[in-house]
Design a protein around this ligand. Structure first.
Ligand code: HEC
Length: 194
């Protein structure tokens, strides 16, 4: 048996009707390999889009970059000798300072000031009421040099912790606050430092 179609004269490729500058086109089907390359690029682009953008790989890169910038900032802040309200606020917005400050807090302060700074033997450090002043530097002073009220039971920490860890733990406390609400908070005594 022979198939009749196979025996036909080789077909003359059909020409498309238009002519541009004497150039004519065959009316051929796109070859399958070409079509499939085309379809696969579309499928690939969709997969690529979902994995890179939607599943957040790009975000991961950005986060790595942010973490790196935070580290550089941390080193820069740590190298600064002068401590003032601005540097303390900057430290309180820095991941490295705050997480190291949390460790210092858990080791040295939590017993009296509570797991969530809610107070206990020592006072609450997250409410809007302060004894020795509603400024970053007065918080720093109480921590570094102890309560001006020597009978209160709040010792000076500079000797035990050193400057770096005092900065860190103050940054940790300030990370629970922001400049506006701290300035609006009440204070029993005039701030011991501006
Ligand atoms: C032995 C208990 C105890 C420990 C440990 C302790 N504190 Fe205190 N803290 C107190 C007491 C009591 C006060 C209240 C002092 C006062 O009223 O004069 C206080 C006050 C403070 C204040 C002043 C709050 C205000 O309202 O002005 C800050 C800030 C503070 N502590 C931070 C710390 C930090 C940081 C640490 C850890 C490095 C720490 N404390 C460890 C007992 C403690």
């Amino acid at each position: 048996m022979t198939e009749p179609s196979k025996r036909k004269e080789p077909e003359q490729p059909e020409m498309r009707p238009h002519v541009y500058d004497g150039i004519q086109e065959y009316d051929n089907r796109m070859p399958n390999w070409w079509l499939w390359t085309f379809y696969l690029t579309i499928i690939f682009s969709a997969i690529y889009w979902f994995t890179r953008y939607d599943a957040g790989f790009i975000k991961m890169e950005e986060e790595k970059m942010d973490a790196f910038i935070a580290e550089v900032e941390e080193a820069r802040l740590a190298a600064r000798g002068d401590i003032n309200a601005d540097t303390l606020w900057d430290m309180s917005r820095n991941e490295g300072f705050v997480s190291q400050g949390r460790t210092v807090y858990q080791n040295y302060c939590m017993a009296c000031h509570g797991e969530n700074l809610e107070g206990g033997i020592g006072n609450n450090l997250v409410d809007e009421q302060w004894v020795w002043g509603n400024t970053p530097m007065s918080i720093y002073e109480v921590v570094a040099n102890g309560s001006p009220d020597r009978m209160s039971g709040m010792q000076a920490w500079m000797g035990d912790l050193g400057a770096q860890r005092v900065n860190q733990v103050v940054a940790y406390i300030l990370s629970y606050h922001d400049p506006e609400s701290l300035a609006d908070a009440s204070t029993e005594n005039d701030p011991i430092a501006e």
